[in-house]
Design a protein around this ligand. Structure first.
Ligand code: MN
Length: 308
């Protein structure tokens, strides 16, 4: 049977929000329009050449029950955390942080040499059995992220997933995510298999292109995809692959997919658990200074008591 291309189910216009200590950004998941795209809890796009929009940053704050994925396009983010990591995420780098049972960290955006700062943060939900797992980082420099350069001019950075036999830099994530940064020159089309049943979205952040069923139909002048002018997000319905076509202009977009959890969620700011009681426990842990555990044995004990 031929692979069934996915259609665009919804087009989301990003919502301007102010987050952290006063950072202006565009939010496409975790808004009144789109609360949750299982397993994706939040998608923020920051992009500014005015330091006043972001220098206040995200001072010391907790996370529990999720993974946060920071992917930078320009500028950098200085970070440090309660498990001893500190450093800088620069343009083209990715940090895939599994907060698990609890981490405290600080994320402070800084301009690059060109005065710009831009990138994305995606939150990926963890299943109940991994919500209290030991925190883990996958920090990958730009040079460690495989880049596919096709003969037609398409350039695909593979943060996670697989393209043309190249496997992404980030591995061993429960959601089996795919996270691609795709650049298409004018007139070039792109298709990518996405496992049936996985949630999938594209976020166009430069130029414009046609998304969803439509590459071949577009050739006949019969536009049945959705024309997206950046910045816009397309949420795909189910199917076996995603197609995108650049027409008169180039387009650059993220293509992200992952396996839905199908579990109840209870969220409160930086904590995402399954029940309200678990949120209350997170707040109690924070207040009583038992939020962050420091050694492996303590984490092992915590996992055992969590499993009940
Ligand atoms: Mn954070």
């Amino acid at each position: 049977m031929a692979a069934q291309p996915r259609a665009v189910e919804r087009v989301i216009e990003p919502t301007p929000v102010i987050e952290g200590a006063g950072v202006r950004l565009r939010r496409s998941i975790a808004t009144a329009t789109l609360d949750y795209l299982d397993p994706f809890l939040l998608l923020d796009n920051f992009e500014s050449s005015d330091p006043d929009d972001y220098l206040a940053g995200f001072p010391w704050h907790p996370h529990r029950g999720i993974e946060t994925v920071t992917y930078m396009l320009a500028g950098e983010v200085d970070h440090r955390d309660s498990i001893g990591n500190s450093g800088m995420i620069g343009a083209g780098d990715v940090q895939w942080m599994t907060a698990g049972g609890g981490i405290m960290h600080e994320e402070m955006p800084r301009p690059g040499a060109d005065g710009r700062m831009g990138g994305f943060q995606l939150w990926v939900n963890l299943p109940a059995e991994l919500k209290m797992t030991q925190p883990r980082y996958q920090d990958l420099g730009a040079a460690q992220i495989p880049e596919v350069r096709r003969a037609d001019g398409a350039v695909i950075r593979v943060v996670a997933g697989e393209v043309d036999g190249l496997t992404g830099a980030v591995t061993e994530i429960h959601a089996e995510p795919e996270y691609l940064d795709v650049s298409l020159p004018p007139g070039v089309s792109f298709s990518q298999p996405v496992p049936r049943g996985h949630s999938a979205f594209a976020y166009a952040f430069a130029g414009e292109g046609v998304f969803g069923v439509g590459c071949d139909l577009g050739y006949r002048g019969d536009l049945d995809g959705e024309l997206l002018v950046a910045p816009r997000m397309a949420v795909f319905g189910d199917g076996d692959e995603v197609r995108v076509e650049a027409r008169d202009q180039a387009v650059r977009f993220l293509l992200v997919s992952g396996k839905p959890l199908g579990e109840p969620i209870a969220r409160y700011g930086p904590f995402v658990m399954n029940t309200r009681e678990e949120l209350q426990l997170a707040l109690r842990d924070l207040q009583s200074d038992t939020f962050v555990w420091r050694d492996d044995a303590e984490w092992a004990r915590r996992r055992r008591t969590w499993s009940r």
